[in-house]
Design a protein around this ligand. Structure first.
Ligand SMILES: [Ca+2]
Length: 144
């Protein structure tokens, strides 16, 4: 059986009206659990100039593991990237490092987006069978 992920676009989280987004805080937004393959944040406005994000982190219900990390197979993409600055890259959105030198800055100032494609769910099946002359005869050799 294979899990199929559907992509649907809907606003599932927005900052509360009047909420202050602090530059030195995680600025987490919680929302009801959704099955998704892509998570995108659209920045309509930033405090000054182009928006900058150190990390776009995504946590599951357990809140323990950042599912967006590139080391876990997630892929970052964005609407644009500020040209001419090697320290500001799209792949910095999910490299697990904080700070200006490991951040993404959009090229524009409005309607810019950053996105994480979560890795496909992988399954591992194991069919243990000790391989001795007495028990190894009935091991499955062809199956679906
Ligand atoms: Ca980063």
């Amino acid at each position: 059986m294979r899990t199929i992920w559907f992509l649907s676009w809907c606003a599932i989280a927005v900052p509360a009206a009047g909420a202050e987004i602090l530059p030195d805080q995680p600025n987490a937004m919680a929302f009801p659990a959704e099955k998704a393959r892509f998570v995108r944040i659209v920045v309509h406005q930033s405090s000054t100039s182009q928006p900058c994000i150190d990390e776009l982190e995504i946590y599951g219900a357990d809140g323990e593991r950042n599912l967006a990390l590139a080391t876990g197979g997630a892929k970052a993409s964005a609407s644009s990237c500020l040209p001419g600055y090697a320290i500001h890259r799209i792949e910095h959105l999910n490299d697990g490092k904080y700070g200006n030198g490991q951040s993404w800055i959009a090229a524009g100032t409005t309607a810019e987006w950053a996105q994480i494609e979560l890795p496909a769910t992988r399954w591992r099946i194991s069919l243990p069978r000790r391989s001795t002359s007495a028990t190894g005869r009935r091991r499955p050799t062809t199956f679906t």
